[in-house]
Design a protein around this ligand. Structure first.
Ligand code: R5P
Length: 285
Protein backbone atom coordinates (compact mmCIF):
# COMPACT_ATOMS: atom_id res chain seq x y z
CA UNK A 1 0.00 0.00 0.00
CA UNK A 2 1.12 3.57 -0.62
CA UNK A 3 0.35 6.94 0.88
CA UNK A 4 0.93 10.53 -0.26
CA UNK A 5 3.98 10.62 2.01
CA UNK A 6 5.69 8.13 -0.32
CA UNK A 7 5.92 10.91 -2.93
CA UNK A 8 8.09 14.00 -2.72
CA UNK A 9 6.59 17.43 -3.40
CA UNK A 10 9.49 19.30 -1.83
CA UNK A 11 10.38 21.18 -5.01
CA UNK A 12 6.80 22.39 -5.34
CA UNK A 13 6.63 24.97 -2.59
CA UNK A 14 4.63 25.37 0.54
CA UNK A 15 1.28 26.29 -1.05
CA UNK A 16 0.93 23.10 -3.05
CA UNK A 17 2.04 20.93 -0.15
CA UNK A 18 -0.46 22.62 2.15
CA UNK A 19 -3.26 22.07 -0.36
CA UNK A 20 -2.34 18.38 -0.56
CA UNK A 21 -2.45 18.25 3.23
CA UNK A 22 -6.03 19.54 3.07
CA UNK A 23 -7.25 16.62 0.95
CA UNK A 24 -5.15 13.73 2.33
CA UNK A 25 -5.91 12.14 5.67
CA UNK A 26 -2.92 12.75 7.98
CA UNK A 27 -3.09 9.22 9.41
CA UNK A 28 -3.57 7.04 6.33
CA UNK A 29 -2.01 9.45 3.81
CA UNK A 30 -4.85 8.60 1.44
CA UNK A 31 -7.99 10.36 0.21
CA UNK A 32 -11.66 9.74 -0.54
CA UNK A 33 -12.76 12.29 -3.13
CA UNK A 34 -16.38 12.40 -4.25
CA UNK A 35 -16.77 13.03 -7.99
CA UNK A 36 -19.96 14.84 -8.99
CA UNK A 37 -18.82 16.43 -12.25
CA UNK A 38 -20.52 13.98 -14.64
CA UNK A 39 -23.16 16.47 -15.84
CA UNK A 40 -20.53 18.37 -17.86
CA UNK A 41 -20.87 15.80 -20.64
CA UNK A 42 -23.71 13.49 -19.51
CA UNK A 43 -26.38 16.15 -18.96
CA UNK A 44 -28.53 14.93 -16.06
CA UNK A 45 -26.89 11.80 -14.64
CA UNK A 46 -28.99 9.52 -12.42
CA UNK A 47 -28.39 10.54 -8.83
CA UNK A 48 -27.23 14.06 -9.68
CA UNK A 49 -30.59 15.55 -10.64
CA UNK A 50 -30.24 17.81 -7.58
CA UNK A 51 -26.51 18.01 -6.83
CA UNK A 52 -26.93 19.77 -3.50
CA UNK A 53 -29.42 17.19 -2.22
CA UNK A 54 -27.10 14.35 -3.25
CA UNK A 55 -23.90 15.89 -1.95
CA UNK A 56 -24.94 17.30 1.44
CA UNK A 57 -25.38 14.01 3.34
CA UNK A 58 -22.09 12.75 1.85
CA UNK A 59 -19.97 15.79 2.68
CA UNK A 60 -19.02 14.66 6.22
CA UNK A 61 -17.35 11.62 4.64
CA UNK A 62 -15.49 13.40 1.79
CA UNK A 63 -11.84 14.37 1.95
CA UNK A 64 -12.40 16.48 -1.17
CA UNK A 65 -15.21 17.15 -3.62
CA UNK A 66 -14.87 17.24 -7.45
CA UNK A 67 -17.70 19.27 -8.99
CA UNK A 68 -18.03 21.42 -12.10
CA UNK A 69 -18.14 25.20 -11.70
CA UNK A 70 -21.92 25.13 -12.28
CA UNK A 71 -22.42 22.32 -9.77
CA UNK A 72 -20.29 24.14 -7.21
CA UNK A 73 -22.52 27.23 -7.43
CA UNK A 74 -25.46 25.16 -6.14
CA UNK A 75 -23.53 24.07 -3.03
CA UNK A 76 -23.17 25.74 0.37
CA UNK A 77 -20.14 28.08 0.24
CA UNK A 78 -19.67 27.60 4.00
CA UNK A 79 -18.65 23.96 3.56
CA UNK A 80 -15.06 23.27 4.65
CA UNK A 81 -14.57 20.32 2.30
CA UNK A 82 -11.75 21.16 -0.17
CA UNK A 83 -12.82 21.59 -3.78
CA UNK A 84 -11.10 20.25 -6.89
CA UNK A 85 -12.77 21.94 -9.88
CA UNK A 86 -13.20 20.33 -13.29
CA UNK A 87 -11.47 22.70 -15.70
CA UNK A 88 -11.99 21.01 -19.08
CA UNK A 89 -15.10 20.12 -21.08
CA UNK A 90 -16.86 21.11 -24.26
CA UNK A 91 -18.04 17.67 -25.33
CA UNK A 92 -21.24 15.70 -24.69
CA UNK A 93 -22.67 12.22 -25.13
CA UNK A 94 -24.75 13.65 -28.00
CA UNK A 95 -21.60 13.37 -30.13
CA UNK A 96 -19.86 10.29 -28.75
CA UNK A 97 -17.35 10.21 -31.57
CA UNK A 98 -16.10 13.62 -30.43
CA UNK A 99 -15.73 12.90 -26.73
CA UNK A 100 -12.07 13.82 -26.92
CA UNK A 101 -12.83 17.28 -28.28
CA UNK A 102 -12.28 19.15 -25.01
CA UNK A 103 -11.24 22.71 -24.33
CA UNK A 104 -10.38 24.59 -21.15
CA UNK A 105 -13.74 25.63 -19.67
CA UNK A 106 -12.65 27.07 -16.33
CA UNK A 107 -9.77 29.52 -16.00
CA UNK A 108 -7.19 29.47 -13.24
CA UNK A 109 -8.64 32.83 -12.07
CA UNK A 110 -11.99 31.07 -11.55
CA UNK A 111 -10.31 28.18 -9.70
CA UNK A 112 -8.63 30.68 -7.37
CA UNK A 113 -11.76 32.79 -7.02
CA UNK A 114 -13.80 29.71 -6.03
CA UNK A 115 -11.11 28.96 -3.41
CA UNK A 116 -10.64 25.50 -4.93
CA UNK A 117 -7.37 23.77 -4.01
CA UNK A 118 -6.86 22.39 -7.51
CA UNK A 119 -8.41 21.29 -10.77
CA UNK A 120 -8.91 18.27 -13.02
CA UNK A 121 -8.23 18.17 -16.75
CA UNK A 122 -8.97 15.20 -19.02
CA UNK A 123 -6.37 14.03 -21.51
CA UNK A 124 -7.37 11.58 -24.25
CA UNK A 125 -4.08 9.77 -24.93
CA UNK A 126 -4.13 7.99 -28.28
CA UNK A 127 -7.26 9.69 -29.61
CA UNK A 128 -7.33 12.29 -32.40
CA UNK A 129 -7.38 15.29 -30.03
CA UNK A 130 -4.56 13.97 -27.82
CA UNK A 131 -2.43 17.06 -28.47
CA UNK A 132 -5.30 19.49 -27.87
CA UNK A 133 -6.27 17.84 -24.57
CA UNK A 134 -2.63 17.65 -23.45
CA UNK A 135 -2.33 21.33 -24.22
CA UNK A 136 -5.36 21.97 -22.00
CA UNK A 137 -3.65 20.20 -19.10
CA UNK A 138 -0.20 21.73 -19.48
CA UNK A 139 -1.41 25.28 -20.08
CA UNK A 140 -3.48 25.04 -16.88
CA UNK A 141 -0.53 23.57 -14.97
CA UNK A 142 1.79 26.34 -16.11
CA UNK A 143 -0.67 29.05 -15.15
CA UNK A 144 -1.57 27.40 -11.85
CA UNK A 145 2.03 26.96 -10.73
CA UNK A 146 2.13 30.62 -9.56
CA UNK A 147 -0.58 29.78 -7.03
CA UNK A 148 0.49 26.27 -5.98
CA UNK A 149 -2.76 24.67 -7.14
CA UNK A 150 -3.02 20.88 -7.41
CA UNK A 151 -3.25 19.63 -11.00
CA UNK A 152 -5.04 16.31 -11.46
CA UNK A 153 -4.68 14.76 -14.90
CA UNK A 154 -7.44 12.34 -15.90
CA UNK A 155 -6.67 9.54 -18.35
CA UNK A 156 -9.97 9.86 -20.21
CA UNK A 157 -11.11 7.13 -22.57
CA UNK A 158 -13.40 7.61 -25.54
CA UNK A 159 -15.58 4.90 -27.05
CA UNK A 160 -12.89 3.99 -29.58
CA UNK A 161 -10.46 2.90 -26.90
CA UNK A 162 -13.16 1.10 -24.89
CA UNK A 163 -13.57 -1.20 -27.92
CA UNK A 164 -9.84 -1.82 -28.08
CA UNK A 165 -9.79 -2.94 -24.44
CA UNK A 166 -12.43 -5.56 -25.11
CA UNK A 167 -10.67 -6.99 -28.13
CA UNK A 168 -7.06 -7.26 -26.94
CA UNK A 169 -6.07 -8.86 -23.65
CA UNK A 170 -3.42 -6.88 -21.76
CA UNK A 171 -4.08 -3.80 -23.87
CA UNK A 172 -5.95 -2.11 -21.03
CA UNK A 173 -3.01 -2.41 -18.61
CA UNK A 174 -0.56 -1.19 -21.22
CA UNK A 175 -2.79 1.76 -22.09
CA UNK A 176 -3.50 2.82 -18.50
CA UNK A 177 0.16 2.41 -17.53
CA UNK A 178 1.44 4.51 -20.45
CA UNK A 179 -1.32 7.14 -20.33
CA UNK A 180 -0.79 7.64 -16.57
CA UNK A 181 2.96 8.01 -17.02
CA UNK A 182 2.50 10.45 -19.90
CA UNK A 183 0.29 12.70 -17.76
CA UNK A 184 2.78 12.54 -14.87
CA UNK A 185 5.71 13.30 -17.17
CA UNK A 186 3.83 16.36 -18.41
CA UNK A 187 3.47 17.72 -14.91
CA UNK A 188 0.22 16.46 -13.33
CA UNK A 189 0.66 16.23 -9.55
CA UNK A 190 -1.93 13.47 -9.23
CA UNK A 191 -3.27 11.05 -11.80
CA UNK A 192 -6.90 9.98 -11.92
CA UNK A 193 -7.33 6.74 -13.85
CA UNK A 194 -9.24 3.45 -13.87
CA UNK A 195 -8.36 0.26 -12.03
CA UNK A 196 -7.33 -2.72 -14.13
CA UNK A 197 -5.68 -6.11 -13.57
CA UNK A 198 -1.95 -5.71 -12.98
CA UNK A 199 -2.46 -2.24 -11.45
CA UNK A 200 0.78 -2.58 -9.41
CA UNK A 201 2.62 -2.04 -12.69
CA UNK A 202 0.69 1.20 -13.31
CA UNK A 203 1.54 2.46 -9.80
CA UNK A 204 5.18 1.45 -9.97
CA UNK A 205 5.84 3.03 -13.35
CA UNK A 206 3.88 6.26 -12.76
CA UNK A 207 5.93 9.10 -11.32
CA UNK A 208 2.94 10.63 -9.54
CA UNK A 209 0.43 9.30 -7.00
CA UNK A 210 -2.76 7.78 -8.42
CA UNK A 211 -6.42 7.98 -7.42
CA UNK A 212 -8.93 5.76 -9.15
CA UNK A 213 -12.28 6.68 -10.68
CA UNK A 214 -15.00 4.09 -10.21
CA UNK A 215 -16.63 4.01 -13.66
CA UNK A 216 -20.20 2.84 -14.23
CA UNK A 217 -22.29 1.51 -11.34
CA UNK A 218 -21.40 -2.05 -10.35
CA UNK A 219 -22.82 -4.37 -7.69
CA UNK A 220 -21.77 -3.12 -4.23
CA UNK A 221 -19.50 -6.10 -3.49
CA UNK A 222 -17.71 -5.74 -6.79
CA UNK A 223 -17.18 -1.98 -6.33
CA UNK A 224 -15.70 -2.57 -2.87
CA UNK A 225 -13.48 -5.32 -4.26
CA UNK A 226 -11.92 -3.21 -6.99
CA UNK A 227 -11.52 -0.32 -4.54
CA UNK A 228 -9.62 -2.61 -2.18
CA UNK A 229 -7.56 -4.11 -5.02
CA UNK A 230 -6.57 -0.61 -6.16
CA UNK A 231 -5.53 0.47 -2.65
CA UNK A 232 -3.61 -2.77 -2.09
CA UNK A 233 -1.87 -2.19 -5.43
CA UNK A 234 -0.75 1.28 -4.31
CA UNK A 235 -3.44 3.81 -5.29
CA UNK A 236 -3.48 6.67 -2.77
CA UNK A 237 -7.25 6.98 -2.88
CA UNK A 238 -10.36 7.31 -5.00
CA UNK A 239 -12.17 10.05 -6.86
CA UNK A 240 -15.37 8.08 -7.09
CA UNK A 241 -18.82 9.08 -8.28
CA UNK A 242 -21.48 6.71 -9.60
CA UNK A 243 -20.63 3.75 -7.38
CA UNK A 244 -21.33 6.05 -4.43
CA UNK A 245 -24.10 8.44 -5.42
CA UNK A 246 -26.01 5.87 -7.51
CA UNK A 247 -25.72 3.24 -4.75
CA UNK A 248 -28.94 2.14 -3.03
CA UNK A 249 -27.48 3.70 0.08
CA UNK A 250 -24.90 6.36 -0.78
CA UNK A 251 -24.11 7.34 2.82
CA UNK A 252 -23.40 3.72 3.77
CA UNK A 253 -21.40 3.19 0.59
CA UNK A 254 -19.09 6.15 1.07
CA UNK A 255 -18.39 4.99 4.62
CA UNK A 256 -17.59 1.49 3.36
CA UNK A 257 -15.21 2.99 0.78
CA UNK A 258 -13.55 5.08 3.52
CA UNK A 259 -13.14 1.96 5.66
CA UNK A 260 -11.11 0.38 2.83
CA UNK A 261 -9.12 3.48 1.89
CA UNK A 262 -8.30 4.71 5.39
CA UNK A 263 -8.77 1.84 7.81
CA UNK A 264 -7.55 -1.22 5.92
CA UNK A 265 -10.92 -3.02 5.85
CA UNK A 266 -11.14 -6.04 3.57
CA UNK A 267 -13.87 -5.90 0.89
CA UNK A 268 -15.89 -8.43 2.93
CA UNK A 269 -15.68 -6.43 6.17
CA UNK A 270 -16.45 -3.20 4.28
CA UNK A 271 -19.48 -4.91 2.77
CA UNK A 272 -20.62 -5.99 6.26
CA UNK A 273 -20.28 -2.36 7.33
CA UNK A 274 -22.31 -1.24 4.30
CA UNK A 275 -25.09 -3.69 5.19
CA UNK A 276 -25.06 -2.77 8.85
CA UNK A 277 -25.29 0.97 8.10
CA UNK A 278 -28.03 0.36 5.52
CA UNK A 279 -29.98 -1.71 8.06
CA UNK A 280 -29.68 0.99 10.73
CA UNK A 281 -30.93 3.58 8.27
CA UNK A 282 -33.92 1.40 7.33
CA UNK A 283 -34.79 0.90 11.04
CA UNK A 284 -34.75 4.66 11.63
CA UNK A 285 -37.40 5.22 8.98
C1 R5P B 1 -15.97 11.65 -15.64
O1 R5P B 1 -15.62 12.03 -16.71
C2 R5P B 1 -15.50 12.29 -14.46
O2 R5P B 1 -14.14 12.61 -14.54
C3 R5P B 1 -15.77 11.53 -13.22
O3 R5P B 1 -15.42 12.35 -12.17
C4 R5P B 1 -15.00 10.24 -13.04
O4 R5P B 1 -15.30 9.36 -14.06
C5 R5P B 1 -15.24 9.63 -11.67
O5 R5P B 1 -16.54 9.25 -11.50
P1 R5P B 1 -17.02 7.74 -11.61
O6 R5P B 1 -16.49 7.07 -10.36
O7 R5P B 1 -18.51 7.80 -11.64
O8 R5P B 1 -16.40 7.15 -12.82
Amino acid sequence: MKSIQDFSFEGEGRGLQNRLAQMFDPESGRTVMLAVDHGYFQGVPKGLEDIRKTVEPLLPYCDALSPTIGGLRTLDPWSRVPIILRATGGNSLERREELDDEIVTVSIDEVVSANAIGFTASVYVGLPRQRQTMENLVSLINEASTYGLIAIGITAVGDKLKGLFKSEKGKQLQYIRDASRILAENGAHLIKTYYCDGFEEVVESCLAPIVIAGGTLRPTKEALEFTSDAIQAGAVGVDMGRNIFQSENPVAMIQAVRAIVHDGYTPASAHDLYQELSKRKAEKR
